[in-house]
Write a protein that binds this ligand. Structure first.
Ligand SMILES: [Zn+2]
Length: 232
């Protein structure tokens, strides 16, 4: 799963508007942000010779980034790293940790028996990647839910960028998803690792810029009573 992971970032932002959305964007893709350097260092393994209909990459060995135990440990790491670096509450940290772990849960739905439960053994994955239609439909639906949640719970404070920045981001994410299914095959797994790093960091930077143009509503408040906490 690619852009669909960000739907959890939008949900977490709705629950706790004090967390920056770009932090939640990095959290939702943290396991893949770990995966890329491990692939470049040949510690984890993948290839592009045996793609699935809706995924250009075949994941063969990734216990440190996508094992169940690793995902839980990375989530705990995220809780403390977030709390230490931002001084936000443990509740906010727990939400960031949950966003990190959500990556594994959503991957479980689409991946094909490549997520190890223990070490590199007992691999699971429900294999939605075998269906192009369902793979795209699920991710597009998740992204659109995220967009609606965000647009309904924040208010624009500028002109074009603050009103249309987020819909444009979602449109770009959908295009990247379409490209990963219908676009040209990547030459090798290291290309995918670098591409993904640029994608994840690039969208976090863009989101940091876009969210500066919007401020969250107070729960149940009218637009003119919007939250103005400088933290947001
Ligand atoms: Zn992943």
């Amino acid at each position: 799963m690619l852009g669909g992971h960000y739907s959890v970032s939008y949900m977490a932002k709705k629950v706790d508007p004090t967390i920056k959305l770009w932090h939640l964007f990095l959290a939702a893709q943290w396991l893949d942000l770990v995966w890329s350097p491990l692939i470049l260092l040949d510690i984890e393994k993948a290839d592009t010779k045996h793609p699935l209909p809706a995924s250009p990459i075949h994941l063969t060995y990734m216990p440190y980034s996508h094992g169940l135990v690793a995902a839980l440990l990375w989530s705990v790491f995220a809780l403390f790293a977030y709390r230490l670096t931002t001084r936000q509450s443990y509740a906010s940290g727990a939400l960031v940790a949950t966003t990190v772990f959500s990556h594994w849960v959503l991957d479980l739905i689409v991946h094909n028996h490549d997520l190890p439960l223990l070490g590199n053994r007992f691999k699971v994955g429900f294999g939605v990647y075998h269906s192009i239609f369902w793979s795209f439909a699920i991710e597009a639906t998740l992204l659109l839910i995220g967009l609606v949640l965000y647009m309904r719970s924040s208010w624009p404070v500028g002109s074009f960028g603050s009103r249309y920045g987020m819909p444009l981001v979602i449109a770009a994410l959908l295009l990247f998803n379409a490209n990963s299914i219908w676009g040209p095959s990547p030459p090798n797994e290291k290309f995918v690792a670098v591409f993904n790093l640029v994608y994840y960091i690039g969208f976090a930077v863009i989101i940091a810029r876009v969210e500066r143009g919007r401020i969250p509503y107070k729960r149940g408040a009218f637009p003119h009573e919007r939250v103005t906490d400088a933290n947001m």
